[in-house]
Design a protein around this ligand. Structure first.
Ligand code: C5P
Length: 306
C-alpha cells in the first residue's frame, strides 16, 4: 500500500435476473453452453475492503449466517487471484459484505460479492488492473461474475461469461419472492441433464423478440418473451415454487418465472403500484419467505466510498 492509498474501499454490486436462460447440452467440461440474457436489478450487496493482517471475511444482513466466511467465498478468491497476478503475495485484507441479495437464490449474490471484492481490492491496493484484466479474473471466478461487474443488460454466451452489452429502452419493475431454502446451481444443472436425457437439446440462441422488447423498454412484450430452460429442473427439485408462481400471477403480474437456477422467483409488473400489490399478495399467500421490489436495469459494480 502506498501512503496515499485509501483506508477502506466500498463497492456496490447489483443482483441479476435472467430474462432468457437458454441452456444447451452438457459440454465435455461439464458446463453448458448458454444464451443467457442478464438484466441487473436494483438489489445490492456492498463489499468493503480494508487493510488487515491476513485475509478475513465478515458478513452482515438477514441471511448472513448462510454465507461462507472461508476461502470458498468468491470474495476471498477474487482477492487471492488479483494479489497473485500483481505479485502481492498473501492478500492482507479484511472484506466485509453487507448482504441484501438473497443467498443461494439464483440472483448471483455470490458472484456479486466476487466482482465487488475484486474492484474494491484493485482500488485499495492501487493495482490499476485494466477493465479487460478484471473481466478475465471475473470469468475465472465464475460464469455469472463478469456480468456483476458490468451490470445493465447483456447477452452471455459460452458458459455465460462472454458478454455483449444490450440496449434497454426503459425501466422494468420487478418483484422477487424469496423462497424458504436455497438451491445449488450444479444440482439444478444436473437435474436439467436428467430431465433432458435422451432428447435433442437445441443449440441455445437469444430470442429476437426478447431483445426487441428490451430495446423498446416494453414490459408487456417482454413478459411474453421471458423464458428459463432451468425452470423445469428448479421446479422438480423445489416443487412448492409452482404455488409461488401461481400466487404472483393471480395478483396481476405480467409474467412469472424462476430466477436463474432458483429458488427465487421473479415477477414482472406493469408499474411501481402493481409491483407493490404483487409483493403484498405474495407475502399474504404464505408461499414465500419474503418479497422484494426492485427496478431494472441497474449499474454494475461501482466504487461508492471513498
Ligand atoms: O461458473 P459457476 O462456478 O458459477 O458454475 C457453477 C456450476 O453451475 C458449475 O460447476 C456447473 O455445474 C454449473 N454450470 C453449468 N453451465 C454453465 C454455468 C454453470 O453447468 N454455463
Amino acid at each position: 500500500m502506498t501512503p496515499s492509498s485509501p483506508r477502506a474501499v466500498t463497492v456496490r454490486v447489483p443482483a441479476k435476473v435472467n430474462v432468457q436462460l437458454a441452456v444447451g447440452a452438457a459440454r465435455a467440461d461439464g458446463f453448458h453452453d448458454l444464451a443467457n440474457v442478464f438484466l441487473a436489478v436494483g438489489l445490492y450487496d456492498e463489499v468493503t475492503a480494508a487493510p488487515a493482517d491476513t485475509l478475513t471475511i465478515t458478513c452482515e444482513g438477514p441471511d448472513a449466517g448462510q454465507v461462507p466466511l472461508d476461502r470458498t467465498n468468491l470474495a476471498a478468491r477474487a482477492a487471492e487471484l488479483l494479489a497473485a497476478r500483481h505479485g502481492i503475495g498473501e492478500p492482507a485484507v479484511h472484506i466485509h459484505i453487507a448482504k441484501d441479495i438473497p443467498v443461494a437464490g439464483g440472483m448471483a449474490g455470490g458472484s456479486a460479492d466476487g466482482a465487488g471484492a475484486l474492484l474494491a481490492c484493485d482500488a485499495l491496493w492501487g493495482t490499476g488492473a485494466s477493465r479487460e484484466e478484471l473481466l478475465e479474473i471475473c470469468a475465472e471466478l465464475g460464469s455469472d461474475v463478469p456480468f456483476s461487474l458490468v451490470g445493465g443488460a447483456a447477452l452471455g454466451t459460452g458458459r455465460g461469461e462472454k458478454l455483449t452489452p444490450l440496449p434497454v429502452g426503459g425501466g422494468f419493475h420487478w418483484v422477487f419472492a424469496v423462497a424458504d431454502g436455497g438451491l445449488s446451481t450444479p444440482a439444478v444443472y444436473r437435474e436439467f441433464d436428467r430431465l433432458t436425457e435422451g432428447t435433442d437439446v437445441p443449440v441455445p440462441v437469444a430470442s429476437p423478440a426478447l431483445l426487441d422488447a428490451l430495446r423498446a423498454g416494453d414490459a408487456a412484450v417482454l413478459a411474453k418473451a421471458l423464458s428459463n430452460d432451468l425452470q423445469p429442473a428448479a421446479l422438480s427439485l423445489f416443487p412448492s415454487l409452482a404455488a409461488t408462481l401461481e400466487a404472483g400471477t393471480k395478483a396481476g403480474a405480467l409474467a412469472a418465472l424462476v430466477s436463474g437456477s432458483g429458488p427465487t422467483t421473479a415477477f414482472l409488473a406493469t408499474d411501481a403500484d402493481a409491483a407493490a400489490a404483487v409483493a403484498d399478495a405474495l407475502v399474504a399467500s404464505g408461499t414465500c419467505r419474503t418479497a422484494r421490489i426492485a427496478d431494472s436495469p441497474a449499474p454494475g459494480a461501482t466504487v461508492i466510498r471513498p
